[in-house]
Design a protein around this ligand. Structure first.
Ligand code: HEC
Ligand code: HEC
Length: 322
């Protein structure tokens, strides 16, 4: 933090505290010239203002708050780049930041761990790992085929899902536009236990370039959408769909398959079913074709570790395999 920002923070902070103290002192002194308990000579709608001093308990509470504030500022970080007597930090990265290794926050975290300067968060995680580590290790040692029958493990997986996955896939795992429904046995990449686990461990990134990267005119988009509707058995314009089929043969099939049933290897959706990742309206389907789509599913191996991913995989599988 530069000197300017240090001053910018330290000076007003202390000024406010000193200001509160002075204000309190000034208000505690009776310089009205009126006797305690007597009228100040102001009357509002028949309510008279008397000269009463501030309640003692209130004044003392305020003084205590000021002393508390000063002690707090001495012990904890808050005054500019001053680190506080306790050296408390909210994240290990902030330590690295100060030392100029911001570029590699991971290295900063490792360094903090090695030097035993863990943040409160990491200390709590380390304590939790110690407590629950053996339980997760036992889960990891259990084959997924058996884990899906373990009610207790599925509950743990469900909680982990709520904490880490619900923001995208929904708390009921039914997904929303751009985020696949995980409960319907309709898979972009496959619903086998091992495939689900691979999806979660390594993440996924389905890529459809605009117009599939094919020599397709804007005028062909509508026909293609009608053809896709025909593939999924919906109402469609037969003439346009026939034109669309010709356009589809320019190369859409390379990813979505000759029959449009998709390709799980590259996550190209099945276009013949009634599940739509990006919405089912004509407009949404035309947008998918014209602009392309690229959904990103983060890789969880680094974030949660294989043990937790293992348990979540069993939970995700259980959602569509009752
Ligand atoms: C930032 C949003 C986001 C978060 C968080 C997220 N996902 Fe995903 N997930 C996606 C997207 C987007 C896709 C589809 C990727 C694609 O289009 O290729 C996906 C795909 C998947 C798939 C593959 C589905 C299929 O049909 O093959 C699984 C399984 C999955 N996610 C499980 C999880 C689990 C379990 C978690 C929590 C650990 C999680 N996701 C967290 C966005 C997210
Ligand atoms: C390079 C491979 C590739 C080609 C070529 C391609 N697609 Fe796609 N398409 C994908 C992938 C992958 C997705 C899913 C993107 C995602 O997961 O974000 C997709 C998504 C779609 C969707 C959205 C489906 C839904 O469920 O919402 C439609 C519609 C579609 N493609 C139609 C077409 C048409 C028509 C063509 C030919 C013009 C085409 N695609 C060419 C790979 C391809």
């Amino acid at each position: 933090m530069s000197i300017f920002w240090n001053v910018w923070i330290i000076f007003p902070t202390l000024l406010v505290i000193v200001g509160c103290f002075l204000l309190l002192r000034a208000c505690s002194k009776d310089n009205t010239g009126v006797k305690e308990g007597e009228s100040m000579g102001h009357s509002f709608d028949g309510i008279e203002e008397l000269n009463n001093s501030l309640p003692k308990w209130w004044t003392y509470m305020f003084y205590i708050s000021i002393v508390f504030g000063l002690i707090y500022l001495a012990l904890y970080p808050g005054l500019g780049s001053y680190k506080g007597l306790f050296g408390w930090t909210s994240s290990n990265q902030s330590i690295g930041y100060e030392e100029g290794i911001k570029a590699d926050s991971k290295a900063a975290v490792e360094l903090a761990k090695a030097e035993n300067r863990l943040s409160q968060y990491d200390r709590e995680v380390a304590a939790a790992d110690e407590k629950f580590g053996p339980i997760f290790a036992a889960y990891l040692a259990t084959p997924l085929e058996d884990l899906v029958k373990d009610e207790e493990a599925l509950k743990v997986g469900g909680r982990l899902f709520l904490q880490n996955c619900a923001q995208c896939h929904g708390s009921d795992a039914r997904g929303s536009i751009g985020f696949p429904n995980l409960t319907d046995n309709n898979w972009l990449y496959g619903g086998e236990l091992a495939t689900i686990k691979t999806s979660i461990m390594n993440g996924r990134n389905g890529m459809m370039p605009p117009k599939g990267g094919l020599p397709i005119e804007d005028s062909e988009i509508q026909g293609l959408a009608e053809y896709v509707f025909k593939l999924s058995g919906r109402d469609h314009d037969a003439t346009l769909a026939a034109q669309g089929q010709a356009s589809f043969m320019k190369g859409c099939f390379a990813c979505h398959g000759m029959d449009g049933t998709g390709n799980k290897f590259m996550g190209a959706p099945n276009l013949t079913d009634d599940a739509w990742l990006y919405g089912s309206s004509r407009l949404q389907v035309m947008q998918s074709i014209a602009n392309g789509r690229s959904g990103v599913m983060p890789a969880w191996d680094d974030i949660l570790g294989e043990e937790k991913v293992h348990v979540i995989s069993a939970y995700v599988y259980s959602l569509s395999n009752k």
